[in-house]
Design a protein around this ligand. Structure first.
Ligand code: F6P
Length: 362
């Protein structure tokens, strides 16, 4: 049994990170008698002078409903470099981190992160250091797990935003465009669009065409609904075009909401407004589901380590937490099936995805 384990959070934050940290600490210290050390600011905290904190049941008391991560996080750091668009993992920082973990007496790591962070975790595993990953992304786009914590909270927030936009859209006879997160996939847009009664949902998996979008707005108009709600994922793109970036050097997406707003206004003559929900989807308290999922992931991750597993990620499959190889978790993206049940149901109730083939039926 390990005497001391470390825990860190990497990548963008997500509601529920603190729920996982609390669960890991309670399980490791209470159930298995291990010491638990928090590594600050992702893997960066085990470089140089190292930045760590001792985690006890007292330290984590009261953090379950708290947003963000008490450990801090970093999106990109010293452990990965992009070369020709591909990640490369330099030896130097990993060697330094392994030496520092040895000095600190940390014998195994629990790493909370999305595919980028988990790919770094895999490098530690490949060098013989025991690691268990916990999947985190509000985008819910990791193929190995049916759900990631943070996603359900993000949907709640996007749905509330759509509800609020609905009343103002109806009052002013306007088109409202809500841009939500979803770098590669349209899960948030699809789920929130269904829950918040959007009329048009634009997602990366279905390139859209303005003729189709405009036809839907005008069709609603002709039937007496003088307002339209559009939800667009930040990674959505027009047919034959690429996703839009606000900052190409950092590959930060942005601008599609404003673009759709401008074009819809120009082509329909209707007053159209844009709201970019942004980081409101990531900040703040996790909902009950994400607290529960995070707690379950945390305890299962410690149990996996304690039973000798390494190089694995905890994952939700068919309602049960299982472990899957980290390599699987890092490589496969879960996109919205374009002919899947949710998309079909959305179309059945009259939602359009703006594809050129779609003829709005209302
Ligand atoms: O991966 C989650 C995510 O929310 C993406 O949808 C979004 O593009 C990205 O994080 C933004 O992260 P940041 O602003 O921290 O770079």
């Amino acid at each position: 049994m390990y005497k001391q384990i470390g825990i860190l959070t990497g990548g963008g934050d997500a509601p529920g990170l603190n729920a996982v940290i609390r669960s890991v600490v309670r399980t490791a210290t209470g159930r298995f008698g291990m010491k638990c050390t928090g590594i600050e600011d992702s893997f960066e905290g085990i470089l140089g002078e190292t930045h760590t904190m001792s985690l006890t049941q007292k330290t984590v008391s009261g953090i379950l409903p708290r947003g963000g991560t008490i450990l801090g996080t970093r999106n990109r750091g010293s452990f990965v470099k992009m070369v020709d668009g591909k990640p490369v993992y330099p030896e130097l920082p990993i060697g330094e981190a392994l030496a520092n973990l040895d000095i600190l007496g940390i014998e195994a790591l629990i790493v909370l992160g999305g595919e980028g962070t988990l790919a770094i975790a895999e490098q530690f595993h490949k060098r013989g250091f025991p690691v268990i990953g916990v999947p985190k992304t509000i985008d819910n786009d990791l193929a190995a797990t049916e759900l990631t914590f943070g996603f359900m909270t993000a949907i709640d927030i996007a749905t509330e935003a759509l509800d609020r936009l609905h009343t103002t859209a109806a009052s002013h006879d306007r088109v409202m465009v809500l841009e939500v997160m979803g770098r590669n996939t349209g899960w948030i847009a699809l789920h929130a669009g269904l829950a918040g009664s959007a009329d048009i949902i634009l997602i990366p998996e279905v390139p859209f065409d303005f003729d189709s979008v405009v036809a839907k707005v005008l069709e609603r108009e002709s039937k007496g609904s003088r307002f339209t709600n559009i939800v667009v994922a930040e990674g959505a793109m027009e047919v034959g075009k690429h996703e839009m970036y606000q900052d190409t050097s950092e590959l930060r997406l942005g601008g599609i909401g404003e673009y759709v707003t401008r074009e819809v206004a120009r082509r329909t003559g209707k007053e159209t407004r844009c709201v970019v929900l942004g980081h409101l989807q990531r900040g703040g308290s996790p909902n009950a589901f994400d607290r529960m999922l995070g707690t379950n992931f945390g305890a299962c991750a410690v149990r996996a380590l304690a039973s000798g597993e390494t190089g694995k990620m905890v994952a939700l499959q068919a309602g049960t937490i299982v472990t899957v190889p980290l390599s699987e978790a890092c490589t496969n993206l879960k996109t919205v099936p374009v002919d899947g049940q949710l998309v079909r149901s959305a179309r059945d109730i009259g939602i359009t995805f703006g594809s050129p083939k779609e003829v709005p039926k209302g």
